[in-house]
Design a protein around this ligand. Structure first.
Ligand code: HEC
Ligand code: HEC
Ligand code: HEC
Ligand code: HEC
Ligand code: HEC
Ligand code: HEC
Ligand code: HEC
Length: 312
């Protein structure tokens, strides 16, 4: 490509008048909301004192602008979801009473999102321990931030990334005393102690999702949403560490991963960062091992035969 053309493209991008506030989340300093909501501190004009005041921002109100600019709702501006009254500070106290849209308010019954099965997910979610104990106080947003959500399991081709993304949702609450108490009113049981029966706990938590053990596998949904009571959690090692591992029907079922596996062939099996002992039995490797076994056996028989013949 021509150098001048590249410069032209760059200038075009820089001055693109169509670039809305929402698309420039990363340019936080100039964003009317993010100049406060992406910083540790914020300043505002104190009209009583008649001068600038500087305060600490509530850490839970500081948004991750990089994650937002990759999220599924990156095209939205803040005030598409929040009241435009937030444009002034101090914010009007009544804004705290404003009900927020839930996922289903926008996605329910919309054919363009049919492949996500939002209604089925809601049905399953309503059977989960979280909903059974806390009802509507436990909303979809407790796990999915509308600011940053990305459908990682169907977009990523890296098992470790999928696991990390998914588990962070659970850990962001189960390992955060304040968030957990906000929902439950009591202290969070320590996950490390609860799972002390599991060897290599850290390795497991980076290689399998919490939902693998805490939901039942469903064919009809990509991601099962019914978190079962702890008594029904999976504990049997062989459920995963066997040829017909349940991971094949859950974590490893995604086409995006399988496409990569198909392209990679044997290389994929050998190179995959997350290869569970006993699960991906490659037919070629299996055949090769049988052939080698038979050759060795044949070698032994022929060798013995010669020794017997020689003795005679
Ligand atoms: C001058 C800094 C500043 C600006 C600009 C600002 N906010 Fe805030 N915002 C705050 C602070 C501080 C809080 C914490 C609660 C409070 O003081 O009212 C807050 C709270 C909030 C909350 C949480 C309310 C709650 O209680 O749960 C929302 C939502 C919010 N802001 C949205 C916005 C939006 C949208 C914009 C832009 C249109 C914006 N804010 C602009 C400082 C700011
Ligand atoms: C797609 C809709 C959507 C957009 C766009 C959006 N928000 Fe939110 N926001 C929400 C919802 C829903 C909640 C309540 C989350 C909950 O219930 O836990 C929320 C909560 C908040 C809170 C309270 C803290 C928190 O995370 O719970 C702040 C602060 C906030 N938003 C600021 C902003 C700012 C600033 C922007 C723009 C940069 C923005 N929001 C864009 C939907 C949105
Ligand atoms: C205010 C309405 C609104 C709310 C609330 C909302 N969404 Fe969305 N969502 C949209 C719109 C509109 C799009 C399409 C955005 C685009 O194409 O740029 C979208 C896109 C998506 C996509 C990507 C679809 C695709 O294939 O491109 C997913 C996944 C998604 N939303 C999940 C959620 C989840 C989960 C929640 C609740 C935590 C939620 N949304 C809440 C309006 C909303
Ligand atoms: C206890 C946590 C939790 C709750 C509550 C929850 N989800 Fe999820 N959800 C997840 C996890 C984990 C994933 C997998 C994330 C990924 O990799 O895409 C997921 C994935 C999704 C997906 C993408 C599925 C796909 O086919 O790619 C959608 C859509 C979704 N959730 C919607 C919802 C809706 C709607 C609600 C509320 C009725 C909800 N979720 C409540 C944890 C939760
Ligand atoms: C290998 C399967 C497995 C994995 C992976 C797993 N768990 Fe568990 N979990 C269990 C089993 C089995 C129990 C029941 C333990 C008991 O009752 O002694 C349990 C118990 C729990 C409990 C109940 C705590 C209590 O006693 O009140 C919570 C909460 C929990 N797990 C959360 C998680 C989270 C979050 C993750 C992901 C970081 C996760 N688990 C990963 C199998 C698993
Ligand atoms: C916003 C906080 C929050 C998030 C996010 C969250 N949980 Fe929980 N979870 C709780 C609370 C609170 C309880 C305690 C319920 C009770 O009092 O029985 C709980 C209970 C549990 C239990 C134990 C159920 C029992 O029988 O005692 C399991 C298992 C569990 N969660 C798994 C998960 C998994 C897996 C995820 C992620 C997909 C997740 N949680 C996300 C707050 C959360
Ligand atoms: C939900 C599926 C699942 C369950 C249940 C499960 N594992 Fe694992 N296990 C995995 C995955 C995935 C890995 C990571 C594979 C790797 O990186 O080598 C792993 C790794 C291991 C490793 C480490 C292997 C190595 O390469 O260092 C050991 C040992 C192990 N598991 C033993 C167990 C035992 C014992 C149990 C039962 C108490 C168990 N696992 C239950 C999925 C599971």
């Amino acid at each position: 490509m021509n150098f001048r053309f590249i410069v032209f493209l760059f200038v075009l991008l820089l001055f693109n008048p169509g670039l809305s506030d929402a698309q420039s989340y990363q340019n936080a300093k100039h964003h009317k909301c993010l100049k406060c909501h992406s910083q540790q501190t914020y300043s505002f004009l104190n009209t009583v004192k008649g001068k600038e005041d500087k305060r600490l921002m509530n850490p839970y109100f500081i948004l991750d602008t990089v994650a937002m600019s990759h999220g599924v709702h990156q095209q939205f501006d803040c005030t598409d979801c929040h009241s435009s009254e937030y444009g002034t500070y101090p914010h009007n106290g009544n804004l705290k009473l404003e009900p927020m849209s839930t996922c289903l308010d926008c996605h329910g019954g919309d054919a363009s999102f049919a492949t996500y099965y939002f209604e089925r997910i809601e049905e399953e979610f309503k059977k989960s321990v979280h909903y059974k104990v806390y009802g509507d106080n436990f909303s979809c947003s407790k796990c999915h931030s509308q600011h940053t959500y990305v459908a990682t399991a169907r977009k990523s081709d890296n098992v470790l990334e999928i696991v990390d993304y998914s588990n962070k949702m659970c850990l962001s609450c189960h390992n955060d005393m304040k968030k957990y108490q906000l929902v439950s009113g009591h202290e969070n049981p320590k996950l490390v102690q609860i799972h002390s029966w599991l060897p290599n706990q850290e390795l497991h938590f980076t290689n399998v999702r919490c939902i693998e053990c805490h939901t039942e596998v469903l064919d009809s949904l990509k991601v099962s949403h019914n978190i079962l009571p702890k008594t029904k959690a999976l504990r049997k090692c062989l459920e995963c560490h066997s040829a017909d591992s349940r991971l094949k029907a859950s974590l490893y079922k995604y086409e995006n991963l399988q496409k990569r596996a198909a392209e990679g062939g044997i290389k994929m099996v050998l190179a995959n960062e997350s290869y569970v002992i006993g699960t991906h039995q490659s037919p070629i490797l299996k055949l090769a091992s049988i052939v080698i076994f038979l050759l060795v056996l044949a070698g032994i028989i022929i060798h013995s035969l010669f020794r017997i013949i020689k003795k005679k």
